[in-house]
Ligand binder design. Structure first.
Ligand code: SF4
Length: 639
């Protein structure tokens, strides 16, 4: 080696390059380990996967145990600790994708590219896998390629994709129409029709102060929170309560009460209040938040800022599901514009001390992070494991600070309430369900897409509007919701009858409702976070039972087992996923029983193993009595 020159090996070069990426990403996040999920995502985006070298470097630069990094990387299904292909395809596996032949299309692509599903092709060019619902049910079958969504897959499009990959065409040069995600707004109402100029809702909220003196004192107190009884923020809070706004994420908790509890929660030294927008809409069949964030992002961010104003928060997060990665840049551009317009950042609307900003946190493919405490864990850079409650996030949320978590649609509604008032909002919908609801309509209908109705619309009306005929069933609110048969189509969408997070999936009579339930059970088993044994094991047992029935090897005994499992999951699971995992099976078993019965071997239980017969040879060899003589000697045996 001349002059002490060192020959650098390829692996060292690789390690150096990875270290450079890790150092850059970690520095961008100020070496903050609570940003671990974002750091891992950005490292993976730059390096294609999270290599052992990357983990080594993260351990050093973040100063946290390797086990924690590996634990987080292993938890999220969009993080990869093994190399993947240059083109990384994930087929959406929601029931509506299945109904449209997603697996046949996947197999065709795999065959064409000489790659096995779930593996990387030999030359490292491509990997093909499956993922849960990608939120494109109105334009499926769909897939994600390197985080970009492609819908309306058919044989021709799959063959084109195979050709583009074989020719190694960069994604930037693929046909633009491949990546056109449609909004498909079929019916708009107060939210989707809203034409509000950015800042109008905030100005209206500010104007609710009873007088300028109070207003000024309120705004100076934004950071500290306010004593109750003052105008401004308190007046805004009262409007939200008067509006009877309830959370749109499914649980339907009263928004005004949640905000008030957060506002009244004491702050410890150095703490602040936090506003989190839950855009992790992972419930299969739901895609309305995608459309709201595409068409009404200002309304959503304005609603978050109104919430911050009402509760005295200074930090906000939008938790965007990883499947919507392609929305990130557009949303960041909206945030940047709002900062330029004085609607975010320091001194909002020019008021000294009115500080609030929003950061986007991208999820990484974990359905459980839609649960608010799991979402907060994820925001803190951890595995998305639901917390014990109480304490609730309103008092002990993000980094133990008082935190409000609401759905995208809830914040959009809050902006509208700030603008038009609580009485106006409460006059829309029904007595128990104020305002409007966005439904994500998909499945067997002529016009899938987004339908916004005032609460109180009947299921039958929605079916008529979307052009559904010969309807056998509607699954409302996804797998954890309710399956309705035709005799229930007069029921209404509303908290007093059918509450929903938004999914409305239609099945005509050609569909096998057993297979629908089986798809949902597979989903729950896949998405169980594994934290508690009843759910981890119970969802696996449930899946096995449904697979056994699918193969025609089930019996009434298995149906009874499913009911027992339901009791176990209901009573022993730690969170809602476990509680609702049996819902789709129980609903379809009750309403579409023939779909189950036709799969059973026999109506009566027949043991798979005949103990008496198995032992008969041994009895003969040992000279013990044969079975007939043995039983003949028992008291009560027939002569
Ligand atoms: Fe995790 Fe399931 Fe337990 Fe919820 S019920 S904490 S998803 S294992």
């Amino acid at each position: 080696m001349a002059g002490g020159e060192r020959v650098v090996g390829l692996s060292e070069l690789h390690a150096e390059a990875v270290a450079g990426v890790v150092d850059r990403v970690v520095a961008l996040h100020r070496r903050d380990a609570t940003k671990l999920v974002q750091i891992l995502r950005e490292v993976q985006e730059a390096c294609d996967w999270i290599s052992p070298e990357a983990i080594d470097r993260l351990q050093v630069t973040l100063g946290i145990p390797r086990s924690r990094i590996e634990g987080v990387a292993g938890f999220y299904s969009f993080f990869y600790t093994q190399p993947r292909g240059r083109y990384r395809l994930l087929f959406s596996d929601n029931i509506t994708d299945c109904m449209l032949g997603n697996r046949d299309l996947r197999d065709r692509l795999c065959k064409s590219l000489w790659v096995e599903p779930g593996k990387v092709s030999e030359e490292g060019l491509v990997s093909v896998g499956m993922t849960s619902c990608t939120g494109l049910c109105d334009q499926g079958p769909a897939l994600l390629v390197n985080n970009l969504a492609i819908g309306r897959l058919d044989v021709a499009r799959i063959d084109q994709i195979a050709e583009l990959i074989r020719e190694r065409v960069p994604l930037a040069d693929w046909p633009a129409e491949f990546f056109a995600v449609e909004d498909n707004i079929r019916r708009a109402d107060i939210l989707l029709n809203c034409q509000m100029a950015p800042g109008d809702a905030l100005r209206a909220a500010r104007a609710r102060a009873p007088d300028e003196g109070l207003l000024a004192s309120n705004m100076r107190s934004w950071r500290e929170g306010l004593p109750s009884g003052l105008g401004g923020p308190i007046a805004m809070l009262d409007e939200v309560k008067r509006a009877n706004l309830r959370g749109r994420g499914g649980a339907g908790f009263t928004t005004g009460l949640k905000w008030e509890a957060c506002r009244n929660a004491p702050l410890k030294a150095g703490q602040q209040r936090i506003v989190v927008c839950n855009a992790d809409e992972g419930e299969p069949g739901t895609f309305k938040d995608r459309v709201l964030l595409t068409r009404q992002a200002d309304l959503v961010f304005e609603g978050m800022t109104v919430a911050a104003y009402a509760i005295g928060a200074t930090q906000g997060f939008l938790y965007l599901r990883g499947e919507y990665r392609y929305l990130l840049e557009a949303l960041q551009a909206v945030l940047a514009r709002r900062r330029r317009e004085g609607l975010l950042g320091a001194n909002i609307l020019g008021i000294p001390g009115a500080d609030f900003d929003i950061e986007i946190h991208l999820g990484a493919g974990a359905y459980i992070c839609g649960e608010e405490s799991a979402l907060i864990e994820s925001l803190e850079g951890k595995r998305g494991t639901p917390r014990n409650r109480p304490p609730f996030p309103v008092t002990n949320g993000y980094l133990d600070q008082p935190t409000v978590v609401n759905n995208v649609e809830t914040f959009a509604a809050a902006a509208l309430i700030a603008l038009k008032g609580g009485d106006w909002y409460a006059s829309i919908g029904t007595r128990h369900s104020a305002g409007s609801k966005l439904l994500s309509v998909a499945g067997d209908c002529a016009r899938p897409g987004i339908y916004e109705y005032p609460f109180g619309v009947s299921v039958r009306q929605v079916l008529e509007d979307c052009g559904a005929v010969d309807v056998q069933a509607v699954q409302v609110s996804g797998p954890s919701g309710v399956c309705l048969g035709p005799e229930e189509f007069e029921r209404i969408i509303g908290f007093e009858d059918i509450p929903t997070a938004g999914a409305f999936t239609v099945f005509n009579h050609s569909r096998d409702m057993f297979e629908v339930a089986r798809n949902y059970v597979h989903f729950f088993q896949h998405e169980s976070c594994g934290f508690c044994t009843p759910c981890r094991v119970g969802t696996s047992l449930l899946k096995n039972l449904m697979d056994k029935l699918h193969k025609g090897a089930g019996s009434p005994y298995d149906l009874a087992e499913i009911e027992k499992l339901n009791q176990l999951l209901q009573s022993m699971s730690h969170c809602g996923l476990g509680h609702t995992a049996c819902n789709p099976v129980l609903d379809t078993m009750e309403k579409f029983r023939p779909a189950y019965e036709k799969r059973m071997m026999e109506r009566e239980f027949t043991p798979a193993f005949d103990l008496d017969r198995a032992l008969s040879a041994a009895r003969q060899m040992t000279g013990r009595d044969d079975a007939g003589a043995h039983f003949a000697s028992q008291p009560g045996a027939e002569a």
